[in-house]
Design a protein around this ligand. Structure first.
Ligand SMILES: *[C@@H]1O[C@H](CO)[C@@H](O)[C@H](O)[C@H]1NC(C)=O
Ligand SMILES: *[C@@H]1O[C@H](CO)[C@@H](O)[C@H](O)[C@H]1NC(C)=O
Length: 466
């Protein structure tokens, strides 16, 4: 008898623990009452604004909300930010929330998750509004993959008409904005509607967790697909009052490959028909009070650039030697100087810090790999960088004229950088002002030694003549 009872007991134990597990797993029973997603496909950087009205339909309070992405989209994700709406109507404000990648056991189809931590835990029956922005790069696929100079560029965008979510969504709508009204085709899912350059999927009611409905939109997009495959920005701090910036670009046109030969005559005589997807100019937004700007490539200085400055910003319009068509590349360097007092400050603990902008100054550009090298003055100690998002960091040493111990270089690296990454970062360091005297002293002693050598030489010379 006992032998029969034991397995039964263990079975009932497992069933109880299973129930316990399920009740724990679902005790934070979040439900999404309304989801509105706006997908902006107007450039080659895909921006998605998602508004979630979440409700805690469970018994205990919940402190996090999960976002789910299919693995292909997770690989193209360059930026993700979540804000919680606070207050009503006129007093409306937003509080940034912490978002972290996370993993769930048994994630269906390799779904990738991010967890949003709520500032105030959501009690049973309470609701919250979350505003989420995320950005994808390299997610518009040119089709046809090759086009001639006279053709317009068409691309595919793939997504789901239903928002991928681990939660039940009561009502949801997706809007897709295309750059023009030229939409070749799009997947229809009842209800779908289209008005000028906007497609609307939904509203869909009561969709179960992980509902998915693939859609494909094929549309015209002739915006510059400016991709910087590699950008190295060197920011050199000189305590003599200058910040010198040197930027090395490897730029490519990331759109449909150019087919056939390039005719400059056709390009120049019919600019609205010929090479519509190519780009000729790029705009760099630089800080105000910029000086000594140059722009050069392997051949030499390129004079075709225009600089406009006002008290808020400087705009540098650069023109490569040839227009860039799909698959074409250009390598160039931009350099400029800035007044140090605009960027170097002293912190309350007496350390000095540089406050400069991360990212790439070229507008609407994706940077596949960005390296920022902050070259500190000789004699700087204990450098540390503060960047608002995860980056790889290490230190190097650089030698230039008159350097004895070399300069500390703080190297920051980040992949998949988009314009929303152009936010300030800081590099803190300590510096003993005595080092300011090092270079003048070295120069003075060098001159002195030279003088002594001259005197000695003259003496020797005289003694030989005798
Ligand atoms: C290019 O321009 C920079 C800055 O104006 C100047 O210092 C440099 O000598 C020029 N180089 C050539 C090769 O003209
Ligand atoms: C850095 O500069 C930005 C403006 O360019 C400013 O808003 C921010 O407060 C500064 N950060 C620090 C730590 O000084």
């Amino acid at each position: 008898m006992e032998a029969v009872i034991r397995p039964r007991r263990t079975l009932s134990l497992t069933i109880i623990s299973l129930f316990l597990f399920i009740s724990i797993a679902f005790s934070h029973e979040i439900r999404i009452n309304n989801a509105e997603r706006r997908i902006d496909l107007s450039s080659h950087i895909v921006k998605i604004f998602l508004t979630l009205k979440v409700e805690n339909a469970g018994k205990t309070s919940a402190s996090e909300v999960l976002l789910a992405f299919p693995p292909t989209q997770a690989n193209q994700l360059a930026f993700l930010e979540a804000l919680a709406a606070t207050g009503k109507k006129k007093k409306k404000g937003y509080v940034p929330l912490v978002v972290k990648p996370t993993e769930l056991p048994d994630a269906p189809n390799d779904t990738k998750y991010f967890s949003i931590s709520l500032v105030n835990p959501l009690n049973s029956g309470e609701t919250a509004t979350l505003e989420i922005l995320y950005v994808f790069t390299h997610s518009l696929e040119p089709f046809p993959v090759e086009i001639s100079q006279s053709e317009s560029q068409l691309v595919y965008y793939r997504d789901s008409a239903l928002i991928l979510s681990p939660y039940h969504i009561k009502q949801q709508t997706t809007f897709i904005k295309t750059p023009s009204t030229k939409v070749e085709s799009f997947t229809r899912v009842e209800p779908t509607s289209r008005a000028s350059n906007e497609l609307k999927y939904g509203p869909f009611e009561d969709r179960l967790p992980y509902s998915y409905s693939p859609i494909l939109v094929h549309f015209e997009n002739n915006n510059p697909f400016a991709v910087v495959e590699e950008l190295v920005r060197e920011v050199e701090v000189s305590h003599w009052g200058n910040l010198q910036i040197t930027e090395h670009y490897k730029l490519a046109h990331g759109g449909a490959q150019h087919r056939g030969v390039f005719s400059r005559v056709e390009y120049q005589s019919r600019p609205s028909f010929s090479g519509v997807s190519s780009f000729k100019h790029l705009l760099a937004l630089l800080p105000p009070r910029v000086h000594s700007v140059y722009y050069r490539d392997e051949i030499g200085n390129i004079s075709s650039s225009h600089l406009r400055t006002d008290y808020r910003k400087s705009e540098l319009e650069i023109e490569p030697r040839y227009p860039l068509f799909g698959g074409w590349k250009a390598t160039f360097v931009i350099g400029y100087g800035l007044p140090l007092e605009d960027f170097l400050f002293e912190s309350s603990d007496g350390r000095r810090y540089l406050n400069f902008s991360f990212g790439c100054p070229l507008i609407e550009t994706v940077v596949d790999k960005l390296t920022i090298k902050v070259v500190l003055p000789e004699g700087s100690k204990d450098p540390s960088a503060v960047v608002p998002f995860p980056v790889e960091q290490h230190l190097e040493t650089k030698y230039s004229y008159l350097d004895v111990v070399g300069r500390t270089v703080v190297v920051l690296e980040k992949k998949n950088v988009v314009p929303v990454h152009n936010s300030p970062f800081q590099v803190y360091y300590t510096f003993n002002p005595i080092f300011m005297l090092a270079e003048p002293l070295m120069l003075a002693s060098a001159f002195f030694l030279f003088f002594v050598a001259c005197v000695a030489y003259l003496h020797i010379d005289l003694s030989i003549r005798k």
